[in-house]
Each structure stands twice: as structure tokens, then as C-alpha cells.
Design a protein around this ligand. Structure first.
Ligand SMILES: Cc1ncc(COP(=O)(O)O)c(C=O)c1O
Length: 481
């Protein structure tokens, strides 16, 4: 008789039993990596608002913002109620051959909140799928005729658009990473540099002088490095795309829905419109795995307007009922509670406090970046302290020693914040830069920020050399050869 585990049974599994399941059935290396950190050795049982609760009764302040997913905090009561009501009423999920009022209302509401004629939405389940959907739409819309099709996508050198074959291809310069076959006909420009985009568009011109680029994709606020594009760059990009007939895609999967201080980052710039915008993360209210791409009427009509093209981009789970109902409530909360204003107010608390810390620890904090409630600091690695240790680490695991040291410094601080202060913080790692995220859920209050800053102050006061070497000794003691 096959023995299957039930949800009830797993309630009481110890962390060691969960590691064992991961090692045997999920991914052994994940256990190797995560169990090195204190949070990987704790068993979590529930989460509410700003807090996670462990089975041994500890309360941990979650200051990660859930990698962008948790603007509403954990288990927002209105989100839970919306899902419960949906279930209690036995509403339907599948809508392929019948019309879904939830999906229709969600498309309607997004159109009301976005500027211009950004009116047509499609709902996949991940950010990467939203990006791929947007690219397909831009490609199809660029067709002049069956034998006049454009070939190229341009993306930025620091981009992160996801980990599928397509989105992985257009995430950062090719020489940096991505150990997989790459999609053809993509090229990169320098983030925020209009001349670099123009140069690439010119290089890719066809013999008759027409453009061979069908889409340019950019994150107007680049979350994983907390870097914004300038207004001049974004308006310039819009003009270039208009002149060349190129579809302009803004990827706001991370930056969307308020956390940078405007509903979408691009909306702080009067009159600026992409042809397609992608979104996800807090769109699902922290409960629903839903993403979206929203297109302007004209480009949508050219791509999927004809009835023979109407259904060529779909997926099994797109626009599932309960996911849409959850997103409807998530957006309603964003509007009712004015998330962009909350993000700006949080930023006004966070930024001066980070600046005070920078003035106090000029050698330890190199830089601060961010917008609204989405901020980060870059720490200086206490290189000397780690150098000796580094030589003794098996060489295979370190591809880039500088990046490894930066990562280790940030990881050591985050570990110390957790161990000593019961705070879970976020490491933002983009390969180009490693940062300590200061990007809480938008339900955070002044007291949460003050607790975070006071704890970070204590960790820095200890000295990074001490914090990093302590972390290295504890973490890698069994690996030193
Ligand atoms: C800007 C951006 N685009 C796309 C993605 C991919 O989203 P997902 O991980 O849901 O596929 C991410 C993920 O963090 C992102 O930050």
C-alpha cells in the first residue's frame, strides 16, 4: 500500500524531517545552502501582518517585503475574507468556454487605474510568463505582412525579467550568466543610456533602412539594483519607439502597485505610456500567484484583434477565478489604503534614518539607493578579515571572489539581524551588486522601521569584520580544508 503524507500529518513534521524530504524529493543543495542560515533551521508555523511565528514560540519581524509580494503584509484579513467568500459561495475557477465576471472586472479595474488606453489585460501566473506574453504581443503587433516581420528584442545590460528560456536570455549581458540555450535575435543596451539604445537600433537596421527591432523592454525602476531610469531616458525611449514603430514594454513586475511611491514607477512621469506593462508580486495580495500584462488598445488590436488570432496566446491556469477575486481585493486595498502615499511616507522615515547610519558608519556603508518604501544599502566588505578564510574555502564554490565577499558581508549582517534581533531582512543580489534591502511591506509603521534601524545600528557597531568572521566560522566550519 502506498503511503502518502497528508496535510494534517505534515503539521507536526520537525525541521529535520522537512530537510530530509527536501534532500530526497525536492533539491538536496537547497538544504545545503539554506540550513547554513538560522532561518533555515527554524520551523515556521504561521504569519500575520509584519510577523512570522516559529513553532518554538518566537516572533520574527519580516522586513523582506516578501520579495515584492507582501505589500499588504502576511495574511491581510480582507484578502483572506475575499478568498473565503469565494470558496463558501462555491464559485468557479475555469472559464475557458464560459465568461468569467471576475476576470472581466479585474481587466476593467486595471484599465481604470492605468493611464491612457492601457486597457487590455491577460493574467498568467508568474512575472516571467507576463514578460513572455508581452514580447509575443509586441512581435505579433509589429507584423506588416506575412513576409515583413521584425526579428529583434533589445533589453538592458542589468535586466532581470525571469528564468524561462526567453526571459533568461534577456536578463543581463549574455557573458554574465545563463547556462542554457539562448533565444535568438536579442541584443542589449546600457541601462538608462539612450545613446546606447539608439546605437543598437541603428546597427540592427535592415538594408532598406527600416527597423528590425520589434520590442524594447526595460524596468523603469530596476528593483534588484534599486536603480531608477531618468525621466529624460524614459521620454527619449518613448519617442524613439514611436519614430521606429517599436513596441515599448515596461517591466513593472517588481516595482508595480505602489511600493516606489507611485502606483507604477512610470506613472510619476506625466504623459509617459508604454505599449505594454507587466506586473505581478503584490498584485496577488500575498496569496494569489497571478501576474498580468496590460496592452494599449492599438497594439492589442494589431496583435490579437482578428478572430483567427484571438486565442493564440492562452494558458491552462490563466485568469483562474479565485486568483482574480483575490487580485480584485488586493487592488481595492491598494486604492483604499493609498499604497503609493504609504510608500512615500515610509520612505520619509527610512531615508533620513539610513542617512544617519551612513554618517555614523562611513566605512561600513558604501551607498544608499531607492525610491519610496523600496530602499537598500550597499555594505563594504571587511576584505582583510575574510581574505584568509577565503583561501581555505574549496575553490569550486566561488566563481567571483569579490562578489562572494560582498554577498558574504551582506549575508553575515542579515544573519546577525535574525539571530540577535529577530528580524528577517532581504538580500538583493543582481550579480552586479549585492545589497541589503530596506523594503518592508507597506503595512509597516514607524515602530517597525525604528526597530529595524536600531538593530542594524547594533550590528554595525559590533564591526563588520567581527560579524563576518563570526558568521564564516559558524557557517563554514565543516567545509574548511
Ligand atoms: C522585474 C522583474 N521581471 C520579471 C520577474 C520574474 O518574475 P517571476 O519570478 O514571477 O517569474 C521578476 C522577478 O523578481 C522581476 O523582478
Amino acid at each position: 500500500m502506498v503511503k502518502l503524507l497528508s496535510v494534517d500529518e505534515i503539521e507536526n513534521l520537525s525541521i529535520e524531517e522537512i530537510w530530509k524530504l527536501y534532500a530526497e524529493y525536492v533539491n538536496p543543495a537547497q538544504v545545503e545552502i539554506l540550513s547554513k542560515f538560522s532561518w533555515g533551521r527554524d520551523r515556521f508555523e504561521r504569519a500575520e501582518g509584519m510577523y512570522l511565528y516559529t513553532t518554538d514560540g518566537r516572533q520574527i519581524m519580516d522586513f523582506t517585503g516578501g520579495i515584492g509580494v507582501l505589500d499588504h503584509g502576511h495574511n491581510h484579513p480582507r484578502i483572506l475574507a475575499a478568498r473565503k467568500a469565494y470558496q463558501d459561495k462555491k464559485r468557479m475557477e475555469i472559464h475557458k468556454v464560459i465568461f468569467s465576471p471576475y476576470l472581466a472586472a479585474l481587466c476593467h479595474n486595471i484599465a481604470q487605474l492605468l493611464p491612457g488606453d492601457l486597457n487590455k489585460s491577460f493574467f498568467p501566473n508568474s512575472g516571467a510568463e507576463a514578460v513572455e506574453g508581452a514580447l509575443k504581443l509586441a512581435y505579433k503587433a509589429s507584423f506588416k505582412s506575412a513576409d515583413d516581420k521584425r526579428d529583434y528584442i533589445l533589453f538592458s545590460d542589468i535586466a532581470f525579467h525571469g528564468k524561462l528560456i526567453g526571459t533568461g536570455t534577456i536578463s543581463g549581458k549574455p557573458q554574465k550568466h545563463f547556462d542554457f540555450p539562448r533565444m535568438e535575435n536579442t541584443d542589449w543596451f546600457e541601462y538608462g543610456n539612450l545613446e546606447s539604445v539608439k546605437k543598437k537600433v541603428a546597427e540592427l537596421r535592415r538594408a532598406d533602412g527600416s527597423s528590425n527591432v520589434y520590442a524594447i523592454i526595460i524596468e523603469p525602476f530596476h528593483a534588484s539594483t534599486a536603480t531608477p531610469c531618468s525621466a529624460e531616458f524614459l521620454y527619449g525611449l518613448r519617442e524613439l519607439c514611436d519614430n521606429e514603430g517599436i513596441g515599448l514594454i515596461f517591466d513593472e513586475v517588481y516595482s508595480g502597485w505602489g511600493k516606489t511611491g507611485s502606483l507604477f514607477y512610470f506613472m510619476r512621469h506625466e504623459g509617459l505610456l508604454p505599449d505594454v506593462v507587466t506586473m505581478s508580486k503584490s498584485f496577488g495580495g500575498g496569496k494569489s500567484s497571478i501576474s498580468a500584462y496590460t496592452a494599449r488598445d492599438g497594439i492589442f488590436e494589431r496583435a490579437y484583434g482578428p478572430t483567427d488570432s484571438a486565442l493564440i496566446h492562452t494558458s491552462t491556469y490563466n485568469g483562474f477565478g479565485e486568483e482574480c477575486a483575490t487580485a480584485l481585493e488586493a487592488i481595492q486595498i491598494i486604492v483604499d489604503e493609498d499604497h503609493p502615499a504609504k510608500a512615500r511616507a515610509l520612505g520619509e522615515i527610512i531615508v533620513p534614518k539610513l542617512e544617519e547610519l551612513m554618517a555614523k558608519y562611513p566605512k561600513q556603508i558604501k551607498e544608499r539607493r531607492g525610491a519610496g518604501a523600496f530602499n537598500s544599502i550597499i555594505l563594504n566588505s571587511p576584505f582583510k578579515a575574510a581574505e584568509g578564510f577565503l583561501k581555505s574555502v574549496p575553490i569550486g564554490m566561488i566563481k567571483d571572489k569579490t562578489s562572494f565577499l560582498n554577498k558574504m558581508t551582506t549575508a553575515a549582517v542579515v544573519e546577525e539581524m535574525y539571530r540577535e534581533h529577530n528580524i528577517l531582512a532581504h538580500i538583493l543580489d543582481n550579480r552586479d551588486v549585492v545589497m541589503l534591502g530596506v523594503c518592508p511591506s507597506l503595512i509597516a509603521e514607524r515602530e517597525h522601521v525604528e526597530h529595524f534601524i536600531a538593530s542594524l545600528d547594533k550590528v554595525l557597531e559590533k564591526g563588520l569584520a567581527k560579524v563576518v568572521s563570526g558568521f564564516a566560522a559558524r557557517t563554514f566550519k565543516n567545509m574548511i580544508v
